[in-house]
Each structure stands twice: as C-alpha cells, then as structure tokens.
Design a protein around this ligand. Structure first.
Ligand code: NAD
Length: 353
C-alpha cells in the first residue's frame, strides 16, 4: 500500500506546502518550500503525469528537500523549494499556456519566498509564460542570461564529477575511460559530447529511441537497450534519466566501478548507499553532482556572474565537495551519502564539520 497523502506530509521536515487545484484544466500545482534558512527557496517547476496526488506531492517534497541540501552543500545563499504541476494528459497548447500563467500568478503572490526555473517537462519558453505574471521570481526565461536553461551547467558539474572519479581509478583519467550514460536528454547528451571530446568511450541507452539515435554512427558511442545499460561493464555509470534507479535489485547487477550522474534522488532507499559501498562501488551523491544548473544560473541571473565564472564555480564546487566527502567517508568508514548529508546539514546550520 502506498503511503497516504497525510502520512507523506506528516513525515516531511520542510516549512510549508502550497497545493492549488487549477480548476480551468483540472491540474494540481504544488509548491513545496523546504527551507528558507539560507535564503529564498529556489527550485525548478516540473510538469509531468503521476499515478496519484500523493505521488505528485511526494515528488515535490523530496525534490524540495534535495534543493536545500544542494544549495547548503555549496554554501550558497538560497533555500530549497520545488514546484510540481501534475497536468492531465492531452491539454491543448492554449490550456497549457493558461495553466503556466496561473502558476506564475501563484508564485508572484508568494512575494519572493519561492523562485523557479525550468525542470523536467518545462522549457525557457514555459518560463516566459510563468514570468508574465510571476516576474521577477522566474529564472531562465528565453530572453535572460540563463536562456540556455539549466542543463548545460548541470552537465558541466556531472562531467567534473566523472573526471574526478576516473582520475582516482585510472592513470589516464577520463581519456580512454568507459562511461555508461542512462538517458540522453538535455543533460545526458551534453555530457556525452563532453566525454567524447575528452577521449572517453561512451555507452548510452534511452527509452526514447529517437534521443539515442541522434548518436548512432558517432565514433566512440555504443547504443544498448535500456535493460542492458545498467549491467554494462564500465568505469563510471552516469544515471541521467529519472530518480530511484539504484535499488537493491539493480545494485546487485551493476558492473561499474563508480557512479556520478544528473538524476535527482537516484537511491531508491537510504540503505542503497550502504549496498553500493558493500559492492565496492564509489557513489558520488547526486545532490553534490547535479547542482550545476541551479548554482550557475542563479549566480548568473541573481548575482551577475559571467558564463565563464559560472562554469568555474560549478566545476570547483562539485570537485571540492566530492573530494572532501570521499576522503571523509574513507576515513570514517561511512558511506559518501552519509558524509554528503552531514556536510550539507552542517553548512545549513552553520556548524563546523
Ligand atoms: P530530460 O527529460 O531532458 O532527459 C531525460 C532523458 O532520459 C530522456 O531522453 C528520457 O527519454 C530518458 N529516460 C527516461 N527514462 C529512462 C530510462 N529508464 N532509461 C533510459 N532513459 C530514460 O531531463 P534532463 O533535464 O536531461 O534531466 C535528467 C535528470 O537529471 C532528471 O532526473 C532531472 O531531474 C535531473 N536533473 C536535471 C537538471 C537540469 O539542469 N536539467 C538539474 C538537476 C537534475
């Protein structure tokens, strides 16, 4: 039995959840504000289908909590939030546009408590619609400095993590390494491009055959089935699709030495971090690795960083945190996930570690 909505909300340790029924379309729009301890809650607006309202709310709550950890881990003055819109299938373009405009109105009324950008299922054009009523609390509109969306800077961070893991395992680092990438959407395809430029060999899979086919015939790229990808023998596995991919079942079949990817909440359950450690697989905690888009674009749009500064800051943040967390995990005999959470929590509470 899935948990009830009440139990899901009761278990959450965040500040508040705003739940709005969009009567015009029948959609549900959820804004979860997990923490404003370090600054206004920032997080993308995700739009997709869910099997139930409980699942949509649970996704928003988990993603908002992840944003708190991400920003705290890099000591950035922003809090954790997330918006999830569970829209009914088959909306007309006009109905969808109206839904996004009303979401913008909802954000404006919060007066800056929550700021948003694109996420799974939304684009910079969608941010234009949200910003019509939600400005100035909307990032990555199509005319802004962050118009490319968050994926390119997220890929910068994931690539930095993969490089670091390869450098620990191989004399040649990423050159000649074999990386398996699950999902070649916005982040995954940019990551693959960077890996190929750096001389890596890449195996990819995507449930969307067209997305994978963009790489067919490219030197250095093999395309395999979605099922085969997770058991591909490789140096680094990079999950860049959806969360929950590392479970007791999948971990048992992995043949990688390390994991670093873009997907949020990739551990299906907290015990999966220990399962990976027992199997000798070095796991780079997702919220340390996939901060690039959120950090870089917030820096560009709110603090006036140049693109080059954003790339430098993202690379440094990912590498420094990952090095620190791996060293602590080895020293203390704990999982990298435990150490990453401890590091983020200490920074959130402004404690020494
Ligand atoms: P996207 O929707 O553009 O791409 C995801 C790709 O994964 C799609 O091509 C989809 O077909 C594929 N996919 C879905 N299920 C799959 C499966 N079981 N096996 C293989 N492929 C599968 O999303 P994105 O923006 O590239 O983000 C990827 C992941 O990274 C998501 O989990 C997202 O939450 C996370 N993330 C993204 C960003 C960002 O800046 N875009 C930032 C942080 C985290």
């Amino acid at each position: 039995m899935p948990p009830t909505l009440e139990a899901t909300l009761a278990e959450w340790d965040g500040e508040q959840v705003l739940l709005r029924r969009d009567h015009e379309t029948g959609a549900w729009a959820i804004i979860a504000i997990h923490s404003t301890a370090l600054g206004p809650a920032c997080g993308g607006t995700r739009m997709r289908g869910y099997p139930s309202l409980q699942r949509a709310v649970a996704d928003a709550l988990a993603l908002a909590a992840g944003m708190t950890l991400k920003f705290a881990a890099v000591d950035f003055a922003a809090g954790g939030g997330k918006a999830v819109i569970w829209a009914p299938p088959g909306l007309t373009p006009e109905a969808r546009d109206g839904l996004l405009r009303r979401h913008g109105e909802h954000i404006r009324r919060l007066g800056g408590l929550f700021r948003t950008g694109p996420d799974v299922g939304t684009s910079p054009r969608d941010m234009d619609l949200i910003a019509e009523r939600g400005a100035p609390y909307v990032f990555c509109t199509s005319s802004s400095a962050g118009a490319e969306g968050s994926a390119p800077l997220t890929a910068v961070g994931v690539f930095a993590a993969v490089e670091l893991l390869c450098a620990r395992a191989r004399a040649d680092g990423v050159r000649g390494a074999h990386v398996a990438v699950q999902g070649v959407g916005s982040v995954g395809r940019d990551l693959v491009r960077r890996l190929l430029e750096a001389g890596a060999r890449v195996t990819i899979a995507d449930v969307d055959a067209d997305a994978a086919a963009r790489f067919s015939g490219r030197a250095g790229v093999s395309i395999v089935s979605v099922d085969a990808l997770l058991t591909t023998e490789c140096d680094v596995l990079s999950p860049c699709a959806l969360g929950g991919v590392l479970s007791a079942r999948t971990i048992a079949g992995l043949r990688c030495r390390a994991i670093a990817g873009a997907a949020n909440n990739m551990l299906a359950a907290p015990q999966d971090a220990a399962r990976l450690r027992e199997r000798g697989i070095l796991y780079a905690p997702d919220f340390l690795v996939n901060i690039g888009g959120a950090l870089g674009n917030t820096g560009i749009e709110a603090l006036g960083w140049s693109k080059e500064q954003a790339v430098r800051r993202v690379r440094a943040a990912v590498r420094d945190n990952l090095r620190e967390v791996i060293a602590r995990a080895e020293r203390r005999g704990r999982t990298t996930e435990e150490e990453a959470r401890a590091l983020a929590r200490a920074r959130l509470l402004k404690e020494g570690t």
